[in-house]
Design a protein around this ligand. Structure first.
Ligand code: F3S
Length: 425
């Protein structure tokens, strides 16, 4: 990799040993991918590692070294959601013991470390940092050092920013040096589509299943999706953005998509159209049958496949404000319809702290609380990712949570029916 004079000096230790090691890591990472240079990061950071899992000792050691060297990130950063919220996501004594003493024993220490190196504020714990309420919103063309896959794919696709699918720690290192290796999704060529996806469904496809189908098919390639603007429109409204958030998270977790284009809707597709499509691309047609085939292919990992669900998580990635309002209204109206006063399965709606604060000011929030549903800002995956929770029959409307845990995925309507106690037809 060709380095500037300043970069070479940092590498030689002009700004201390710690910075030299951080830059060396970035350079070696870039070399692996054939990057010829580093380019400046132009926007705030977002870190994927939000949990103080005691086992990842090297992380805390490196953070201490960074702090001791007086180093901070170039711009402030937000970070993925916290793993625990005992107030809203109650758990038994044994779970609590495992969470606080074994799994997340270093949570407090790690959050203090994050604050010392540049955490934006205490509300910055969410994977949907790009929501208006949170305010970490990159502009078109911004270069980022992020790693959370659902946020990376959103920033690349819906906002037109540029970011590779980095890993944890590399996001911190890029944010500290203020530079990232130039390759892959940072380049014009790397943003071109390898696949054309033709959506030919008779109704608006479930975002989570469409994203899953595409992710499973294209893996890490870039898809150019045709026919979805028929259902989403040609403007990035709040509803369209919420849909694309969930769609993108499913492409990124069921496959490894870091960027997609939606014809006539996402910014680069609007600007460049067919010029974004490579020659000799592959085509994947998705109709109602194909979506159903993908949905039916999900394995149920519960010990007792017929068990009654004990817990329900909605909001992975975190819900947008309009999604939260929609779910609250649907639950309240649905319970009125079935004549039930309380939700039939313990239900947790997850959203960012800023969206939650806004929602808590509303009458709707008070009504929702009466149903027994809860609003939390945890990461459901971090919660389910332990030996005890892993055994529970958990349902979710998130394809990402389904993929990384033993939770069972249900479509939005199906999950609502379980919550309100409506018998399936
Ligand atoms: Fe967000 Fe955690 Fe899901 S980080 S995308 S809520 S797995």
């Amino acid at each position: 990799m060709k380095l500037t004079k300043e970069e070479q000096e940092i590498l030689n230790g002009a700004q201390g040993e710690t910075k030299a090691k951080i830059l060396k890591t970035l350079v070696e990472f870039g070399d692996v991918f054939g990057a010829e240079k580093l380019v400046p990061v132009t926007h705030d950071g977002h870190l994927v590692t939000s949990f103080g899992i005691g086992l990842i000792k090297p992380l805390f050691r490196i953070m201490d070294e960074i702090i001791d060297a007086g180093i901070k990130t170039k711009y402030p950063f937000t970070v993925d959601p916290r793993p625990i919220d005992y107030k809203n996501v109650k758990c038994g004594l044994l779970d609590k013991l495992i969470f606080s003493k074994i799994m997340y024993s270093q949570q407090k220490r790690y959050e203090e470390q994050l604050q010392k190196i540049g955490l934006k504020n205490v509300n910055g714990f969410t994977c949907t940092c790009y929501m208006d309420e949170v305010g970490n919103i990159p502009k078109y063309g911004d270069v980022l050092s992020w790693a959370e896959s659902s946020a990376v794919v959103y920033a690349n696709s819906v906002l037109g920013a540029r970011c590779n699918r980095n890993s944890g720690m590399l996001d911190i290192f890029g944010a500290i040096i203020g530079k990232v290796p130039y390759f892959g999704l940072l380049t014009d060529e790397g943003r071109k589509a390898d696949w054309i996806i033709e959506v030919k469904t008779t109704k608006k496809p479930e975002a989570q299943i469409l994203g899953s189908a595409i992710g499973l098919k294209v893996m890490e390639d870039v898809p150019y999706v045709k026919g979805l603007d028929k259902f989403l429109g040609t403007e990035l409204t709040d509803d369209a953005k919420s849909y694309l958030k969930d769609f993108g998270a499913a492409t990124a977790s069921n496959g490894a998509v870091g960027l997609y284009h939606i014809e006539n809707l996402t910014p680069e597709a609007k600007k460049l159209g067919n010029k974004l499509i490579k020659q000799n691309v592959k085509t994947y047609v998705i109709d109602d049958e194909e979506l159903e085939r993908v949905y039916k292919s999900y394995p149920v990992l519960w010990k007792n496949k017929e068990a009654k669900p004990k817990l329900c998580f909605i909001g992975c990635p975190h819900l947008s404000y309009n999604q939260l309002v929609n779910w609250a209204e649907n639950i309240i109206n649905g319970l009125n319809e079935t004549g039930n006063k309380k939700v039939k399965v313990r239900t947790i709606l997850t959203t960012s702290p800023d969206v939650r604060n806004k929602f808590e000011q509303t009458e709707l929030y008070k009504k929702l609380m009466k149903t027994g549903a809860k609003v939390s800002s945890i990461c459901p995956l971090m919660y389910t990712n332990n030996p005890l929770a892993g055994k529970k029959p958990i349902i979710t409307s998130s394809n990402k949570l389904r993929t990384y845990s033993s939770s069972k995925y249900l479509k939005d309507e199906e999950i609502l029916n379980v919550i309100i106690g409506k018998e399936a037809k």
